[in-house]
Ligand binder design. Structure first.
Ligand SMILES: CC(C)(COP(=O)(O)OP(=O)(O)OC[C@H]1O[C@@H](n2cnc3c(N)ncnc32)[C@H](O)[C@@H]1OP(=O)(O)O)[C@@H](O)C(=O)NCCC(=O)NCCS
Length: 144
């Protein structure tokens, strides 16, 4: 796993998460976000992005600030099996080093085990993202 530029991670994130193209309401990653790439034989096969992002669901729970968000966790299908876990660790380490006190994410339900095995917690009720499917909020806190 290595830090990467948005231009390096965008192709794999789009191919895995938006194979039919962007959805209405998609927001680009803010310019101050960090990106991590999994590279095998010179090819970026997986990526994720993390950066400062307010947690607005205060009716669900209160999180220690500064809050960071993890987005666009993606691994090409033929490389899945352990790569996602390593990307998750890299993103959390990056957030910790930058002074975040927690990371939250909108997790697709089929991917929940990835987060739970990494020590994350599900909060709130299931919700649906039109065009993508069922989601849960997941959080990892280490600050107070
Ligand atoms: C989620 C993803 C990044 C995990 O990569 P990976 O290298 O397989 O991850 P690991 O082997 O470290 O972890 C395996 C976990 O990933 C998740 N996973 C595996 N295949 C998946 C798939 N096709 N779709 C979604 N999640 C998947 C599962 O939670 C799995 O745990 P389980 O086998 O106990 O159910 C990868 O499967 C992927 O890119 N999926 C499609 C995009 C996606 O759903 N991204 C997550 C958005 S929140």
């Amino acid at each position: 796993m290595r830090p990467a530029s948005i231009d390096e991670v965008r192709p794999v994130q789009q191919a895995v998460l938006r194979p039919a193209g962007p959805l209405a309401g998609d927001q680009p990653h803010p310019p101050d976000w960090l990106h991590f790439a999994a590279e095998i034989n010179g090819e970026v096969v997986g990526a994720c992005s993390v950066g400062p992002s307010d947690w607005v669901h205060l009716d669900v729970c209160v999180l220690p600030t500064p809050t960071w968000q993890l987005r666009s966790m993606s691994v090409l299908a033929q490389y899945r099996g352990g790569v996602g876990r390593q990307l998750l660790i890299a993103a959390v380490s990056g957030a910790q080093a930058a002074g975040a006190n927690c990371v939250w994410a909108n997790a697709r339900v089929p991917a929940l085990n990835l987060y739970l095995r990494g020590g994350w917690t599900i909060v709130g009720q299931p919700w649906d993202k039109p065009g993508v499917g069922p989601h849960r909020y997941v959080v990892l806190r280490w600050g107070t």
